[in-house]
Design a protein around this ligand. Structure first.
Ligand code: AMP
Length: 414
């Protein structure tokens, strides 16, 4: 059932959500939902491609939602890299600030999120290619001064040809200070020790999350499924061991007191944490991937360098990209793509009232609409292409519903 509003927009019910969208977008199907709202797949009749449309329902309803929506919109416009989701269009059906309710973001459509892929038996070729693309996307964000700190499988999407894109931009610099009442459970399993313990951080904070994702791909279960920050820390040290006194010295006094008073753990070797049986069988036909030693031992070596509690001892993004397990895919155009204009972090630090946020978001969206309307139909501000394909459901709690499209044949890129 759909309703028409003038000639540009129409409304359609998707589950219990109403999408009021430009008529060019047809045939909506729900594909996921996150903290901000619902995501649908749709057919764009102008470009004849399938797209994803995310509805941000009343993004100014509280300051946490508002800051996130504003930041996401600003960053999506700024960043243009094949491993970061691209913005194709954005609009609001409301014409005035007084009426303003919702924002719709139109993005490239992908086939599934990584939670669904983690459940599959991935061979070394696919696993290393997915990790390589994550690292390229992360490096690109870093080049714009954006350190993600909250990478997780539900915010990484893939296509059946094994291409991968990061969906979001992580935590704002001032994140964590605002309290939000929400029925939505935030997944923290992939957050680095320095984030959990409230320490300073640098770029390789994101390597920890990649390590957790890689470990989960191999094990088939979440590496550190903590129920809260304290339990999360326990899960980490039980497996990796209590960190050294140098690390303890860098903690804030109250945190240090807690951490130092935990039982001491030696941790396990990476051979114990990731025994040979967990790894996919080695194939001999793909010579590109044949380096020194077996693929399993290369993968284990990379894990042992990423899953390091002390960031000073942990591998950097550039080192990970050069690691033998990953560097088989190395392409300078992907690794060192031109950096976007630096992100203005004052957005993250600004505190506004809900009314002021509403005004900011409305102005940004209307300015974007004006700019979009001034360029020929079918072209976007960035030259992103849409993508075909069915998609499956969200797994925002970090647990997959294993409903990846049946034909998920992960074609080899090379
Ligand atoms: P988000 O609201 O951005 O956290 O997205 C929630 C879920 O919707 C993700 O976990 C994906 O399963 C799905 N999703 C979001 N954007 C896309 C997209 N562009 N292509 C395919 N699936 C998507």
């Amino acid at each position: 059932m759909s309703r028409y509003h003038g000639n540009q927009f129409y409304s359609v019910e998707v589950g219990d959500t109403t999408f009021t969208i430009l008529r060019r977008y047809q045939n909506l199907k729900p594909i996921g939902s996150g903290a901000q709202g619902m995501v649908c797949a749709a057919y764009d009749t102008v470009t004849a491609t399938n797209v994803a449309i995310k509805k941000l329902s009343r993004p100014f309803q509280n300051v946490t939602h508002a800051k996130r929506a504003y930041r996401e919109f600003v960053l999506m416009k700024l960043v243009n890299h094949k491993n970061i989701i691209g913005l194709l269009n954005a609009f609001s059906p409301q014409k005035s600030l007084e009426e303003f309710q919702d924002v719709y973001l139109v993005m490239e459509l992908m086939d599934a999120n990584l939670c669904q892929v983690i459940q599959m038996d991935l061979d070394h070729e696919r696993m290393s290619y997915l990790l390589y693309q994550m690292l390229c996307g992360i490096k690109h964000l870093h080049s714009a001064g954006i350190i993600h700190r909250d990478l997780k499988p539900s915010n990484i999407v893939v296509k059946s040809d094994c291409t991968l894109k990061i969906l979001d931009f992580g935590l704002a610099r001032t994140a964590g200070t605002t309290f939000m009442m929400t029925p939505y459970v935030v997944t923290r399993y992939y957050r680095a020790p320095e984030v959990i313990l409230g320490m300073g951080y640098k770029e390789n904070v994101d390597i920890w999350s990649v390590g957790c994702i890689m470990g989960e791909m191999i094990r088939g279960s979440v590496m550190f499924p903590g129920t809260d920050h304290i339990d999360q820390w326990n899960k980490i040290i039980e497996q990796l061991g209590t960190p050294n006194p140098e690390f303890m010295k860098r903690l804030q006094p109250t945190v240090r007191n807690y951490v130092e008073n935990r039982p001491k753990y030696n941790g396990y070797t990476f051979e114990r944490l990731f025994p040979d049986v967990l790894f996919p069988a080695e194939s001999t036909e793909h010579n590109r991937l044949k380096g020194k030693g077996s693929k399993a031992s290369q993968a284990r070596d990379l894990l042992s360098k990423m899953l390091v509690v002390d960031p000073d001892q942990r591998i950097s993004v550039d080192e990970a990209l050069m690691h033998p397990y990953i560097n088989v895919w190395y392409d300078d155009g992907e690794v060192n793509a031109p950096a976007p204009a630096p992100y203005d972090h004052s957005v993250d630090e600004k505190e506004h009232t809900v009314e002021a946020w509403k005004d900011h978001i409305f102005k940004e969206v209307k300015a974007y609409e004006l700019l979009q309307n001034s360029i020929p139909a079918g072209m976007s501000l960035h030259n992103h292409t849409g993508a075909d394909g069915d998609v499956s459901n969200d797994c925002s709690d970090g647990h997959a519903e294993n409903n990846t499209p049946g034909g998920s044949t992960y074609n080899r890129r090379r």
